[in-house]
Design a protein. Structure first.
Length: 274
């Protein structure tokens, strides 16, 4: 497809790109950066528009990416580097932005793509009222890396497909089954119908995370960075687990906590296979 050049900051295409970037156009997601754009192409997202700065095609890798995007979308635009900064979401922009169709992330879509049997760890992560998009994205990436089967995000949480969350997830949000805006009670009911125990991570957990049998299908629940899992949710879980740590440290970062538990689950499951 031919590439169109844009020269004005007030071009309607650029105004629309800023709206997507700022979360005002929820039918599309804002994908910025070389690697993330490559991940979007590999993940078969529907690319609806692409913008790159005039100096972007200075390597074979970048030229190949533009060619791949051009085969997927008729809306490909070259803009001056100074103008590109007006749509970028990062200070050190990498010169390419794509607007893609937002992946379906409701319960129906989650159930269609979800499978405990196809993953290394028969476990779904649930995040409740997690407000930091970078932490949310890091947990998504960690969940995929550990081999978890999916991720559920409760209402009143950050957007898993916001620019910051996508950058932190580094492509995992395009592949991992995700259910957003979930009601906690509905998610717990779904987990039990799918044969999963419900386990909450808490500083006051009943047992240490290493003593749990992670070969059994589970819904693993983490709470917000500030408040943890609320008492209403904890009262409905089958088990609460804790990560032992030095008394001088009050808590761990959410993504670190998730990684510690998830990779213990992966270790147990790998040992069974081995």
């Amino acid at each position: 497809m031919p590439v169109t050049k844009i020269e004005s900051r007030d071009n309607p295409r650029l105004k629309h790109a800023r709206k997507v970037r700022d979360g005002h156009e929820l039918e599309q997601i804002y994908v910025e950066g070389l690697r993330l754009a490559e991940e979007a192409i590999r993940s078969d997202l529907l690319v609806e528009a692409c913008f790159y700065d005039a100096s972007f095609g200075d390597t074979d890798r970048k030229r190949d990416l533009v060619a791949a995007v051009s085969r997927r979308s008729s809306e490909v635009f070259e803009i001056p580097e100074k103008l590109f900064s007006s749509i970028a979401d990062t200070k050190s922009a990498q010169g390419i932005v794509m607007l893609c169709r937002r992946p379906k992330a409701d319960r129906n879509a989650f159930e269609k793509s979800f499978s405990l049997e196809k993953h290394a760890v028969p476990l779904v992560v649930m995040l409740t009222e997690v407000n930091n998009p970078s932490n949310l994205g890091a947990v998504i990436r960690t969940a995929e890396a550990a081999g978890a089967a999916g991720l559920i995000v409760s209402r009143n949480s950050a957007d898993a497909f916001s620019p910051k969350a996508l950058r932190a997830a580094m492509g995992s949000a395009f592949r991992l089954p995700i259910w957003e805006e979930a009601d906690v009670d509905e998610a717990f009911e779904w987990a039990r119908s799918a044969g999963c125990r419900t386990i909450a991570a808490s500083g006051d957990g009943e047992v240490e995370y290493t003593t749990v049998d992670w070969l059994r299908p589970s819904l693993l629940v983490f709470g917000s960075e500030a408040h943890g899992v609320d008492q209403n949710a904890i009262s409905k879980t089958d088990i609460t687990v804790r990560i032992p740590m030095s008394k001088s440290v009050e808590s761990l970062n959410l993504a670190v906590s998730a990684g510690v538990v998830l990779f213990e689950a992966r270790r147990q499951n790998a040992a069974k296979i081995g």
